[in-house]
Design a protein around this ligand. Sequence first.
Ligand code: TRP
Length: 453
Amino acid sequence: MTTRILTGITTTGTPHLGNYAGAIRPAIVASRQSDADSFYFLADYHALIKCDDPQRIQRSRLEIAATWLAFGLDTDRVTFYRQSDIPEITELTWLLTCVAGKGLLNRAHAYKAAVDKNGENGEDPDAGVTMGLFSYPVLMAADILMFNAHKVPVGRDQIQHVEMARDIAQRFNHLFGQGREFFTLPEAVIEESVATLPGLDGRKMSKSYDNTIPLFGSAKQLKDSIARIVTDSRAPGEPKDPDNSHLFTLYQAFSTPAQQAEFRQQLLEGLAWGEAKQRLFELLEGELGEARERYQHLIEKPSELEDILQAGAAKARRIATPFLQELREAVGLRSFRNELQSTAKAKKKAGKSARFVSFREQDGSFRFRFLAADGEQLLLSRPFTDPKAVGVATQRLATLGADALELRADEGNQFTLWLDGECIADSPDYDDVNARDAAMLRLHTAVATLAGA
Ligand code: TRP
């Protein structure tokens, strides 16, 4: 069973070393695990909530996309896309908005902080609060639920949003699922070891503190910002305290245990801060130098980036489009064209005939069951990646008819169904060969009734 991991980065700024160590690097590492099915995206709809400067949004999308790729994100393995290229996400946002409690959203930290600040300033509680800010957690829930993510790596400030996504998912499942869990309940994942990289002044590295180390400036810019790291005033030769030095913390975040032990020892022995900064520079340059070149190349060829992201969007929509279709149907947004058919179907069901029932698995694949008139399950298909292929296969079986069915009994007490040389479905495991053969006959009979339907 694969684990679906999903996370997004809001595209309002230029990524810095803290974003890399805290989010991008661990995400790329996680995506390489064999059981990981990763969805990483640029949260550019979220960016619009915080920023009304189009140029800045566009630049940031480009820079963040290039950063992921420069560090070796393998877009064949992961699904990498821009949120705004998936219109299903905004549509799902509306379906979720209609089940999300206003009271739930009133409790969101970002909204509450804005209200509190207005209170302090004697302003109207909602002054300057847009509906975008208020509904931010619903959009984020749509990001996560659209792809049924199991794990959502985020910073601490986002845990509440993931919990809200769970709440909203549960509510939707309960109201419209009819026993089926449309949405997986996501879990927030916090990477303890990397969550807080200190900035130049020792506070959390953050654009709002202006204490960041740029990722892809020139080597000289890297050196200059390292020179600005605040240290204590101990002179060269005096022992330094690594555990109270954020320069050492920064070094730790990018080095092996052996390198760390050596650096610690040298600091204890009185290494000058200037020397220590040079060491940190060399370490970071080693980690970033190559990626910087790839980054520059990508930034200079934005149309290549566009192609990669378009391909990512197409891949994401292969999941989003059919899933949203099911959700629309669940809430009652159905085609009138199928109206007659579905009443006919309902009648048929009442008259009990054999039928195919298709469904979607947790892992995103699609299957069908073939049920006899009395509801007995005769076949369970192998997984299909494309829901259309399920429709094509069941349609063909229905039209082929009973006599053209290719069934193979295996050594055990099961049989399989083959179509065009491919095994597409399995029977249940019967108690013995006689029971199996009887089931094969029942299958023939059931398929025969389809042809006449
Ligand atoms: N709100 C997140 C942040 O600012 C970014 C984000 C948007 C996100 N949608 C998401 C993160 C879905 C995880 C999952 O950090």
